[in-house]
Structure formats: structure tokens, C-alpha cells
Design a binder for this molecule. Structure first.
Ligand SMILES: Cc1cc2nc3c(=O)[nH]c(=O)nc-3n(C[C@H](O)[C@H](O)[C@H](O)COP(=O)(O)OP(=O)(O)OC[C@H]3O[C@@H](n4cnc5c(N)ncnc54)[C@H](O)[C@@H]3O)c2cc1C
Length: 401
């Protein structure tokens, strides 16, 4: 990002964002804040993060590139700068991540004027939290196998079905979801909706517990849920096209989202610090040549990934729009796994001390990060699916069976 030439206006905004974050750093959270927004499970966690997002929004650091009439800042190329500054400052992440990165851009591309005016601003400020209802028990990698059925009734739709792995569903006011409106066509039988979730008749939200002991995602049942036709996004039968827009933003292949997409790659410094304070046979682990070698390998990969991301800004290298973002999603998520694994190895036996143990290194971060990292290589499409898409659509290899 630094190598890209910024306009005077962008430079001033960058300076403003840096100063604002410096002067408005939030107080320490009164409760433990999970590693990502996908594991936020208690009301105090939610309230702390919601307040922070709201503050950032009102300071112009969220929704900076979105049209003013929908509640944004109306700028161009500001959001990426704000996100970078937030990462640099190490301030908390944005809570309403699905609203910012998926619902808002999808609504801006496919929504009616009425929908844009109603939904965008409260999502930017985190007044209204969003969740994503794509996955079902039989529709994950095979996303088009949706079975949640939407039946027309006058100018309403009646929804019945079962969504699963719905992150933030327990706090969500709204869900973006794919439904089936025809059993005759797999892809053309899909239609995309917005559905109310919180306290809405017929909607049941049931938390699912992860191996970390955290919840964060849910299964959500729809039993005769009535949704007005003006909550439909785009045409009946166009659900697959709309879903592809959501996935393009979710996988980071397009700009124009509401923000919150900062640098999520954990800094290598954390590993170095851990190695310095961990014991290896009476000496700091940072003096162990094998540990040093593994940290250096991580540092090299980290540098290479950051350089690769910059290539996304060179149009000649982006003959396919998904080339760099899909590589990024794949490599970042696998990197987080090797990073957390290395942290666990460096901490050694102390890694068995978990988050409530006062002797756990870094307050139990490493085992938690390691377990969480498996979700990263699954969410937004598994690594196998990312490799299939890169192979088939980007490199033009033969389709897998
Ligand atoms: C932390 C987390 C948060 C999530 N949040 C949400 C959310 O908010 N909303 C939502 O809708 N979903 C969410 N998901 C669900 C996620 O999108 C799905 O888990 C994912 O798409 C995989 O689907 P599945 O779990 O049904 O696995 P399956 O599709 O059943 O896959 C099982 C295994 O088979 C492999 N596989 C399947 N098909 C192929 C193929 N063609 N080629 C090669 N390998 C294949 C997969 O890679 C995987 O290893 C979340 C998941 C996680 C882990």
C-alpha cells in the first residue's frame, strides 16, 4: 500500500486516521475479547466492540468510500487507508464484519434504492448486526444445493429451512441468505433474501459450541417465516449471481466494502517475544536453532505474502480478478495455522495451560489461536475449494471430477 502513490487528499486522510486512532485508542476491554469477530459470544464483548465500531464510524473510518446518501463518507480510496491504519494501531477489530464486508456491498450492487437507504447506515455503525445464511447441513462446498425453500404468498414469501455455521447469528438483526424458489433448476432455482432474525416469529437461533469452548456460530431454523417481497435482493432465480457477488467481497476480490478488512496476519514479533520468554532446557527458546529457523521461515513467508498482496494493485498482473485475492485467502489462512502451531511448539508444555490459567503464556492465546485457525481454512470456502477454483478458473486446468 505504501508504494502506491496517494493523492494529497488521501495523504491528509491517512494522517488524520493515524492521529485520530492515536488520540482515541479505546480503554482496555473489561472482558476477554476473542481472537476474531466470529467468536464474539457474550453481551459485554458485543457491547465493547459495538461501541468501538460506532466510534470509528462517526469518525469517518468506517464506510469511508460509501456514498454519503447511504451514510458513508463519499470518498474514494480512503477505506483501505483507514483499515491499514487500524491494523497498524492494533485497535480492536470491527464487530459487524458480515455487515461491512458482505451484506453492505451486496446490497449496494443488487439492492433497490429503498433497501440501500434502510440497511446500509445502521450496518456501518453496528447498530444492526448481520449474519450470513449460506451454509446448510447439505450445502457447504456444494453451495448451490440449497434446500431452504421460499414459497411465494401474495407479496410475501414463506421461508422454511435450516441454516448452519451462522457466525454472529445470536446477535444478528438481519441475515443475508440464499433460498430455493424452484426445484426444477439447481442454480436458476435460487433466490436471495434479507430476513429479520432477532426476535422474529418462526426463527430459532441455537448456538453451536466450537472445540475452543466458545460459541460464535449457530444453527438457525426457519419455520414458516414470513418475509416481505421488498426484502428480496434482485430477481427471483438470480440468487446464484447475487451469492457470487457476496463471495467476491467475502474472499476480498473487490473493493467497496464498508471496512474492517485490515491486516489480519498475526505479527511475527509475537512469536519472537514468546521465544524469548519460553524455556528450552534452561535457556530461552529464542536461542534454539530449530526454533530460530522456523521463525525465520515464517518471517520469509510473511514478507512474500505481503508482497503478493501488493501485486493486486498492478493491473497487468490481475488478468483474472480472483487470482491474487484467492491466493491471499488460501495462503493467509494456512499461514495463520502454521503460525499458531509454531507458537504452541515454542511454548512447549505450557501450551497445555488454557485461557483461564494465570500461568498460561500470553493469557492462553496460542492453543486458542491454533484451534481457531482450523476454522479459517474452512470458512468462506475450504482450502481444497480455493485450490479447485484457482486451478480451474484462474489457471484454466481441467475440471476436477
Ligand atoms: C469459523 C467458521 C465460520 C463460518 N461462518 C459461516 C457463516 O457465517 N455463514 C455461513 O453460511 N457459513 C459459515 N461457515 C461455513 C463454511 O462456509 C462451510 O463450513 C464451508 O463452506 C465448508 O462446507 P461444509 O462445512 O459443509 O463442508 P463440506 O462441503 O461437507 O466439505 C467437507 C470436506 O470435503 C472437502 N470437499 C468438498 N467438496 C470438495 C471438492 N469438490 N473438491 C475437493 N474437496 C472437497 C472440503 O474441502 C472439506 O474438507 C463457517 C465455517 C467456519 C469454520
Amino acid at each position: 500500500m505504501d508504494s502506491v502513490k496517494l493523492s494529497q487528499e488521501q495523504l491528509e486522510f491517512q494522517e488524520y486516521a493515524r492521529r485520530w486512532l492515536d488520540e482515541n485508542r479505546p480503554p482496555p476491554a473489561p472482558v476477554r475479547i476473542p481472537i476474531t469477530a466470529l467468536e464474539v459470544m457474550t453481551e459485554p464483548q458485543r457491547d465493547y466492540l459495538r461501541d468501538w465500531q460506532s466510534k470509528c464510524y462517526h469518525a469517518g473510518l468506517v464506510g469511508a468510500d460509501i456514498d454519503k446518501k447511504y451514510g458513508g463518507g463519499g470518498h474514494t480510496g480512503f477505506q483501505r487507508l483507514a483499515d491499514t491504519e487500524m491494523s497498524r494501531a492494533g485497535t480492536p477489530y470491527m464487530l459487524n464484519i458480515i455487515g461491512l464486508r458482505m451484506a453492505i456491498p451486496t446490497i449496494l450492487v443488487h439492492g433497490t434504492e429503498e433497501q440501500k437507504l434502510k440497511f446500509v447506515a445502521p450496518a456501518l455503525s453496528a447498530d444492526e448486526i448481520w449474519c450470513q445464511g449460506f451454509s446448510e447441513p447439505g450445502a457447504g462446498s456444494d453451495l448451490a444445493n440449497q434446500q431452504t425453500f421460499a414459497e411465494p404468498r401474495g407479496d410475501e414469501w414463506v421461508l422454511n429451512g435450516h441454516k448452519v455455521w451462522t457466525s454472529l447469528g445470536h446477535f444478528a438483526k438481519w441475515m443475508i441468505l440464499i433460498t430455493r424458489t424452484s426445484r426444477d433448476h439447481k442454480y436458476d432455482g435460487l433466490t436471495y433474501f434479507i430476513s429479520p432474525i432477532e426476535d422474529y416469529p418462526g426463527v430459532s437461533v441455537r448456538p453451536l459450541i466450537k472445540m475452543t469452548g466458545e460459541t460464535g456460530f449457530n444453527e438457525i431454523l426457519f419455520q414458516d417465516v414470513v418475509v416481505p417481497d421488498n426484502y428480496r435482493l434482485d430477481d427471483v432465480g438470480k440468487g446464484w449471481t447475487v451469492a457470487m457477488t457476496t463471495l467476491t467481497y467475502e474472499r476480498g476480490a473487490a473493493e467497496g466494502a464498508g471496512g474492517g478488512g485490515g491486516d489480519e496476519i498475526p505479527p511475527i514479533d509475537q512469536l519472537i517475544e514468546l521465544a524469548r520468554k519460553s524455556d528450552r532446557g534452561g535457556r530461552p527458546a529464542s536461542e534454539d536453532s530449530l526454533i530460530r529457523d522456523r521463525i525465520i521461515q515464517q518471517a520469509i513467508t510473511d514478507k512474500a505474502m505481503r508482497q503478493n498482496r501488493r501485486r493486486a494493485r498492478v493491473s497487468a498482473l490481475c488478468d483474472h480478478p480472483m487470482r491474487i485475492p484467492l491466493q491471499g485467502k488460501l495462503r493467509d489462512s494456512e499461514f495463520m495455522q502454521t503460525n499458531a502451531r509454531l507458537g504452541v511448539d515454542i511454548a512447549g508444555a505450557s501450551s497445555t495451560l488454557y485461557k483461564l490459567d494465570p500461568n498460561a503464556p500470553d493469557a492462553g492465546h496460542w492453543p486458542l489461536a491454533y484451534m481457531n485457525s482450523y476454522g479459517q481454512t474452512i470458512a468462506a470456502g475450504t482450502s481444497e475449494i480455493q485450490r479447485n477454483i484457482l486451478g480451474e478458473r484462474v489457471l484454466g486446468l481441467a475440471k476436477s471430477k
